[in-house]
Design a protein around this ligand. Sequence first.
Ligand code: SF4
Length: 250
Amino acid sequence: MPAPNPPLTTRARSAHQLLDAIIGQWRNECASQGSRLYCHPGCAGCCSLQVQASWAEALLLAEALTETEQRQLRGYVRRLLALTRQQRDYKQLLAQVRQQLGSCPFLAADGRCAHYSRRPLACRALYATREPHYCTLDFSRLSSAEKQTFLASLDRRLVDFPTHYAAAPRQFAASLEQQLLQHQQQWTGHRLLGNLPLLVCLAGRPRLRAALQQHATGWLGRLQRRWPLLLAANSNSADADSLPRQHFSP
Ligand code: SF4
């Protein structure tokens, strides 16, 4: 696939590099303070959570897909859209995606991300402060007492309460994601973010990609009306910051 929009993908790469550098420093500080993080290569517990990405990041990932991966991605997205049509509630959709679709379509058989260097900010920023078991746990099945015990066990200075994921990397990532969206607004006249597999699938369509490189209010409106639980788009810079944030939701 030809490079669709070099300035946007270049910005996405820079944001990824910057976040990695910031997180590197933060991890050193965590280690010096004795805060333990449980993430390690090959642990893909969080890769069955829904991932939110910006359009720039979707373009970057779409550039790297092989034809086989594109075909597999289209199959995954068809199943995702079928599930979405049956849901009105975002939390229920997240649970259904996890139970019925399983892991992210970019997760390789060895439990590693097949496009690790191009994974979005949301993936880079997720650090578990509890054992891997908690990353795959269905919290809706816990009793009220079990939930209270879990919440009481969290280090509130470290976590993005009420999750067991560290707050600081997610805050850095959210700020960089906003910068990417602002850049997209300046470059194309609109902002677009949402479900990673769906956005990457859309980024693989030349006509749509070309339309979204310009002021494409009609396309954006249609996309958002079709999949309001999966995409958030905005072509009005005045209220662009009101795009809903739907990062991971355990
Ligand atoms: S893009 Fe990679 S790191 Fe992110 S959820 Fe998918 S497989 Fe995991």
